[in-house]
Design a protein around this ligand. Structure first.
Ligand SMILES: [Zn+2]
Length: 250
């Protein structure tokens, strides 16, 4: 019995692999290459409240960049340009409140003298949990509600993103904020039609999507990726020097 089972497994498995291999190659041969324009966006990271580059944050940032590129599946590419440090410190919830209250001159005094033009500038600060809130603020991205064509004109003011050091431990924080930077909203901010257009077909699609707050987030829909790619080419083109045309089997 043992021998027959061994033989069966030995014989059956290669057949299954061969079969699936055939299916895959025949499926690809029927598809046509579609060329899409892929922008590459540069990112600078500013480690605030630090005198020197700190190894563990650097390592975390590299992991975050790898994950960001994975999750965009080659539709947009991200490269790291500079890591900078600055000893001025502030707390993320205070910055957020100041921007909301239009009382943000002090924030501008901290970030504008050091920010570079032509890249997405990610400022990393410490955070804290505010009273009566069950979680600390981990990141946010100031955006223009309308007139997105003005991003290039007023650059670099709206090329800023704020992330907490603790927010880098969960690699999805940066991905979520880049989603906002490239025109995506939270699922709960969209009507049913908009959700359908962006490829949300079920509640699970929403819960697992990078633009929700759920702990299981792990993907963008293909429609979101395409939306961000065209948004980047249209409204954030001043942030990349070059694009490349890449073939996709669609
Ligand atoms: Zn958000």
């Amino acid at each position: 019995m043992g021998k027959i089972a061994d033989i069966l497994i030995f014989y059956v498995l290669p057949v299954m692999f061969t079969h699936s291999g055939l299916t895959l190659s025949s499926a690809i041969s029927h598809k046509e290459d579609v060329y899409i324009e892929v922008p590459t966006m540069k990112i600078n990271f500013y480690m605030m409240g630090k005198e020197d580059l700190d190894e563990s944050t650097l390592h975390n940032l590299q992991l975050n960049m790898d994950y960001l590129n994975e999750e965009f599946e080659g539709k947009i590419k991200f490269t790291n340009e500079y890591y900078l440090t600055d000893n001025q410190s502030a707390y993320l919830p205070d910055i957020y409140k100041a921007l909301l209250d239009l009382n943000d001159d002090w924030v501008d005094d901290i970030v504008s003298p050091i920010e570079l033009q032509g890249s997405l500038n990610v400022f990393i600060f410490e955070t804290y949990r505010e009273e009566k809130k069950n979680a600390a603020l981990m990141g946010f991205t100031p955006l223009l509600p309308l007139n997105q064509e003005d991003y290039g004109l007023i650059s670099p003011e709206f090329d800023r993103m704020y992330i907490a050091y603790d927010g880098l431990k969960k690699k999805s924080t940066l991905v979520h904020e880049v989603g906002h930077f490239l025109g995506l909203k939270h699922p709960w901010e969209m009507n049913e039609l908009k959700k359908q257009i962006l490829g949300f077909n079920s509640k699970a699609d929403e819960l697992n999507n990078h633009m929700s707050y759920h702990h299981t987030v792990n993907k963008f829909t293909p429609e979101q990726l395409e939306h961000m790619r065209t948004f980047a080419l249209k409204y954030r083109s001043y942030l990349f020097d070059e694009t490349e045309w890449v073939a996709y089997n669609n």
